[in-house]
Design a protein around this ligand. Structure first.
Ligand SMILES: Nc1nc2c(c(=O)[nH]1)N[C@H]1C(S)=C(S)[C@@H](COP(=O)(O)OP(=O)(O)OC[C@H]3O[C@@H](n4cnc5c(=O)[nH]c(N)nc54)[C@H](O)[C@@H]3O)O[C@H]1N2
Ligand SMILES: Nc1nc2c(c(=O)[nH]1)N[C@H]1C(S)=C(S)[C@@H](COP(=O)(O)OP(=O)(O)OC[C@H]3O[C@@H](n4cnc5c(=O)[nH]c(N)nc54)[C@H](O)[C@@H]3O)O[C@H]1N2
Ligand code: SF4
Ligand SMILES: [Mo]
Length: 898
């Protein structure tokens, strides 16, 4: 008999970003106990970043959604139901709506975090079974401009390069990507390449001086939205200086004349003025780019724009004009955000696409897919894209929406309008792995989905590499796989609609094989790929046709493109202003994006204290001059307003920012703060080609808000579910976790005046302080302190009026230290810490738990990164903090005048 050894090890793929790192999951019978990088995986060779390496800490069954829940009337609470009743009810509602209003009255809104097999089933359910093309994905908010530009210029949605190109590049050109935070393991590869080849040039185009930009040889801090002008000016210089590859242009491209014309007016002088950078820097960038081999890496700074397709395509123009494509180290490589944005594109999981990179608008393609699925036809009418879909829900054109693996109430632009749309809808279904998201309160039928560590299937990363996702443990409670839920619903719906059931799949491999068949003879042909081959030979890059025995690392080596003429097409575009520009009332550009340790709406990363220690609350970053103009000091509470919403936050001075700009992380939403998050402020005008919204920009004003009454509460353990309902009662409020072995929940709030006693009593209950062991109240000064000390340890504390002690108290609780010395402090009005207590400050190195204060103290004693690594060990494990450590060392070096 086989003896099972524990912990068991399962090879799978990280469920966060599009780098697609291989992981080895350690588990016992039902629990995931650890995770480490898979040394054999070609995306990461054993490395993981701060998010990947803490995945096991976010995989606790007690935090999951475990049972279907249904509400019948809108005012009713949702109650647990069994799966049969849940799916029957859903099928009945959908069948009714379809019978009365037609198939286009229902819609599916899915996600680049689904597996390819999940995606395939949803797409077939909508387009094949129901007969609507209303199936779109959050990839519309993410990659659709990259897709449309690839198709427009190169003829197919295929990133031509691979990660290995990083090592071969002479110039790495990063535009609109904070790779150090958002694709950390790729950034490790860039660091390695630069070490191996010190001549390699790194250029970063970003309005902010991010950690990525600070590592660059040349940082082009352009004005928001001015990328097309920059790229056109670079091409202008290349033409003028004779740096173009005329032979390549002649042999392998078309439409260059139009582009030559379009960039004529984009002189370096004009561009310098518009972009806010120097002529010399533009010329330098053009020179390095043309010298090559040049690898461009780009992401949401280009895609999330009302001119995102133009931004992508004018960058691709530079590659075509200089022949920097189809050879080692040279490619326009669009970084995918989500782990399976690529897989979604492959199965055509969007409103304008069909399986196997086919186009809905093409009658031949529709006929091919109809034949493949054995259905009479695929509807011709294009489906609604993400923003249109929610607009149609808002005006009642769409009545029912089925949402899976995305949180639109948080992530779509104009969050208030999205909430209205969800509230108007007749029927909202959500498949979720966790229950605490901003969308869940609007849901009629909530279905528990399995997630990372439990699911089985495939994903494709940014370099076209298909990897297996494998289950280490069974789904908790009654959770089911996403594809299963869609298929089981589809079977029931088919019965009611009197159609043949198309979705009877026994397992994911059968779905994969059907998908594979749909790719035959297409640009992404994977006829030669199978689960067996992935098992044997590991992850593979498409195309991998039946005739091949391994995948393809680079495309277009022969200069032949999948266009009708076989040539790549230059795309002529001129610079356009942002969709929403600043004016006297809204004079600042708001930019939004990611932090190193959080993921989107925080439903997963918000489950572990460790991922809050780098940044623990939503801060608006600004330039000191803009703050001074508004008489703002670091940490002040401000109100930021746009033409459609407002948020109350703390402001933080940042050397990353240029004047006239502000930055807000996208992560915090209603679950973690008072207010709807960044998208309360964003309009999200869409790109005409890709329909991707401009999520990176809004015009805002920032003004100081006096909220003198402040409260801070901390309690051992994760009690966020109990603290959340209190957030809306304060003008400013947020919650989070902190700590490692001893995790605590932290609640911060402020208000114009003292809140009433009932609210404070509710807060005390949520903080487990209703039976406090100690309390101090000074009515005259408006200070009160309440604490519970058990077995000599501080278990909960609440401070009002005077909250300066919060940081060292947080440390005391997180270290589980003896709190005896605290008693006198607790009964006096002072805020100074008792001897031996101190605040550590932000944690920079998450793996080794090293704080910014500790790093600065060490740096003050001399030495740089190597000394930090030797003495404090920071930056020696996952490496996610390396860019920041280098920056701290460099600024210390400058400060000390060395
Ligand atoms: N830690 C972490 N990593 C993630 C994610 C996460 O949530 N957290 N999400 C994943 C997903 S889905 C995605 S899509 C990627 C996103 O990855 P990125 O696109 O790299 O991340 P962002 O922070 O959204 O934006 C990148 C940069 O665009 C800049 N930018 C803003 N406006 C402009 C502009 O007009 N021009 C230029 N050139 N730059 C501009 C911003 O200042 C920002 O630094 O990250 C993936 N990785
Ligand atoms: N202002 C602004 N807005 C943005 C952006 C920005 O930069 N600025 N970025 C945009 C981009 S690029 C993106 S990709 C989107 C991301 O936006 P969302 O897609 O809304 O982000 P997530 O929070 O990752 O949502 C995924 C949801 O699926 C759940 N989930 C996790 N695993 C599973 C599973 O296996 N099955 C199911 N059914 N559910 C699961 C999670 O708990 C989570 O609630 O945000 C967009 N919105
Ligand atoms: S870089 Fe980090 S988040 Fe992205 S796949 Fe790798 S481990 Fe996961
Ligand atoms: Mo994304």
């Amino acid at each position: 008999m086989n003896k099972q050894s524990w912990p068991r090890e399962t090879r799978s793929t990280c469920c966060y970003c599009g780098v697609g790192c291989g992981v080895i999951i350690e588990s016992d019978v039902e629990h995931i106990s650890g995770v480490r990088g898979d040394p054999a995986h070609p995306a990461n060779f054993g490395k993981l970043c701060s998010k990947g390496s803490t995945l096991h800490l976010t995989a606790r069954p007690e935090q999951r959604l475990l049972q279907p829940e249904l509400r019948i009337g809108r005012a009713d609470p949702r109650l647990p139901v069994d799966w049969d009743s849940a799916l029957d009810h859903a099928a009945e509602r959908f069948a009714d709506i379809i019978a009365t209003h037609g198939p286009d009255a229902v819609a599916f809104y899915i996600s680049g975090q689904l597996l390819t097999e999940d995606y395939y089933v949803f797409n077939k359910l909508a387009k094949g079974l129901i007969g609507t093309n209303n199936v779109d994905s959050n990839s519309r908010l993410c990659m659709s401009s990259a897709v449309s530009a690839y198709k427009l210029t190169l003829g197919a949605d295929a990133p031509p390069g691979c990660y290995d190109d990083i090592a071969h590049a002479g110039c790495v050109f990063i535009a609109g990507s904070n790779t150090a935070f958002a694709h950390p393991i790729l950034f490790r590869r860039i660091e390695d390449a630069r070490k191996a080849n010190p001549k390699q040039k790194l250029i970063v185009v970003d309005p902010r001086r991010t950690d990525t930009a600070q590592a660059a040889d040349l940082h082009l801090a352009i004005q928001p939205g001015s990328d097309v002008m920059l790229f056109n000016a670079m091409l202008h210089v290349m033409i003028w200086e004779g740096w173009c590859d005329e032979a390549y242009i002649a042999a392998h491209t078309e439409n260059f004349a139009a582009v030559r014309q379009a960039v004529q007016a984009a002189t370096p002088q004009v561009a310098a003025e518009r972009c806010g950078i120097s002529v010399a820097d533009i010329v330098q960038a053009a020179r390095w780019f043309a010298s090559g081999p040049t690898l461009s890496l780009y992401c949401q700074g280009l895609n999330q724009s009302a001119h995102g397709t133009d931004k992508n395509a004018t960058l691709i123009n530079l590659h075509l004009a200089t022949g920097q494509i189809g050879k080692p180290g040279a490619a326009p490589l669009s970084l995918t955000g989500q782990p399976n944005a690529m897989g979604g594109r492959e199965v055509g999981g969007m409103a304008n696409l069909l399986s196997g990179h086919r186009d809905l608008a093409n009658p031949q393609h529709r006929a091919e897919v109809a034949a493949l699925w054995s259905v009479p036809s695929i509807p011709e009418r294009p489906g609604k894209t993400a923003v249109e879909l929610f607009d149609a829900l808002h005006c009642g054109e769409i009545k029912a929406v089925w949402i899976a693996c995305t949180n639109p109430a948080h992530s779509l632009p104009d969050a208030q309008k999205v909430r209205e749309a969800l509230a108007h809808a007749e029927f909202v279904v959500v498949q979720e792995a966790f229950r605490d998201t901003d969308t869940v309160p609007f849901v009629d039928l909530l279905l528990p989905a399995s997630t990372w560590g439990e699911k089985d299937g495939t994903v494709t990363n940014s370099e076209r590499r298909i990897s297996r996702v494998r289950a280490a443990v069974p789904p908790p409670g009654e959770a089911r796989h996403d594809w299963q839920i869609a298929a089981e619903f589809g079977q029931r719906l088919a019965q009611r609609l009197g159609k043949s059931a198309l979705l009877g799949y026994p397992d994911t491999e059968t779905i994969f094989n059907e998908h594979r068949a749909s790719t035959a003879k297409r640009d992404l042909d994977i006829s030669g790929l199978s689960y067996a081959l992935l098992e044997e030979a590991g992850p593979q890059q498409w195309p991998l046709p039946a005739s091949a025995n391994a995948g393809t690392a680079r495309l277009y080596a022969d200069g032949r493109y999948p266009t009708p003429s076989g040539k790549a097409r230059f795309h002529a575009a001129t610079d356009l202003p942002l969709a929403e520009d600043t004016d006297a009332r809204y004079p600042l550009h708001l930019n939004t994006g990611r932090l190193r340790d959080q993921w989107h709406g925080m439903s997963r990363t918000g489950k572990t204290g460790r991922l809050f220690s780098h940044v623990d609350e939503p801060l608006l970053s600004m330039h000191t001059a803009d703050m001074a103009e508004r008489q703002l000091a670091n940490g002040d509470i401000i109100e930021v307003t746009s033409r459609r919403g407002a948020l109350v936050l703390r402001v933080s001075t940042s050397t990353e920012m240029s004047t006239g700009q502000a930055f807000l992380p996208m992560h915090w939403g209603e679950q973690f703060m008072r207010g709807l998050g960044a998208n309360a402020l964003i309009e999200g005008a869409t790109d005409p080609h890709s329909k991707q919204p401009e999520l990176k920009h809004a015009a805002v004003q920032v003004s100081k808000l006096e909220l003198p009454w402040q409260v801070i509460g901390m309690v051992c353990g994760d009690t966020l579910a109990r603290l959340r309902p209190l957030l809306p009662h304060f003008r400013y409020a947020n919650v989070g976790l902190y700590g490692r072995e001893h995790e605590l929940s932290v609640f911060r709030a402020a208000h114009e005046t003292a809140v009433d006693a009932t609210l404070l009593a509710e807060l005390d209950v949520a903080l487990n302080l209703d039976a406090a062991t100690m309390s101090y109240h000074d009515a005259k000064r408006g200070i009160s302190k309440k604490a519970r000390i058990e077995h000599g340890k501080l278990r909960a504390v609440r401070l009002t009026g005077e909250t300066l002690a919060r940081d060292w108290l947080k440390e005391l609780m997180a270290s589980d230290a003896d709190a005896t010395a605290l008693r006198p402090w607790l009964l006096a009005p002072v805020s100074a810490p008792p001897a031996g207590q101190h605040a550590r400050g932000r944690i920079v190195c998450n793996c080794l738990d090293v704080s910014e204060n500790e790093i600065n103290t060490q740096l003050a004693q001399g030495g740089g990164l190597p000394v930090l690594q030797e003495k404090l060990r920071c930056g020696t494990q996952c490496g996610s903090c390396l860019p920041e450590l280098k920056r701290l060392a460099a600024s210390n070096f400058k400060r000390s005048g060395a």
